[in-house]
Design a protein around this ligand. Structure first.
Ligand code: FES
Length: 136
């Protein structure tokens, strides 16, 4: 058993060992997604990157980052995870919808790189780009 504390929502839930963080959040009415994430999320298949959460405490109690997370979260702090890819094995404290400003400060990237990062987080944009490439 593991406790998952959602800091912004001030809610703590109990999960079985190995529970999926996204599933437990949704099951307990925790809103993981921004407006665009609600419209474009992949349903928990690690494809969209919209279920980003920041792990304030207990990151060691989650399953290791997957290859998908390493790719989708390369410009985020190491404390960020994709909720759909993280399995809970012990107590964790979670910040939902982490601030993008924190991301850019941590990555120390120039402002021009944020547009590329935004495109990465919206699969609809990627799909559109692929469609254009195929049609030409
Ligand atoms: S819900 Fe799409 S990556 Fe997690």
């Amino acid at each position: 058993m593991a406790n998952i504390k959602f800091i912004k929502e001030d809610k703590e839930i109990v999960a079985a060992d190995g529970a999926n963080l996204r599933f437990k959040a949704i099951e307990n009415g925790i809103d993981l997604y921004t407006f665009m994430g609600k419209l474009t999320n992949c349903g928990g298949y690690g494809q969209c990157g919209t279920c980003v959460v920041d792990i304030a405490e207990g990151g060691q109690n989650l399953s290791p980052r997957t290859a998908v997370e390493e790719r989708k979260l390369k410009k985020r702090p190491s404390s960020c995870r994709l909720a759909c890819q993280a399995l809970v094995h012990g107590p964790v404290s979670v910040i939902t919808k982490p601030d993008k400003k924190k991301k850019s400060q941590a990555a120390s990237e120039p402002a021009s790189s944020s547009a590329a990062d935004d495109a990465e987080a919206t699969p609809a944009t990627e799909a559109s780009a692929e469609a254009v490439e195929r049609s030409s």
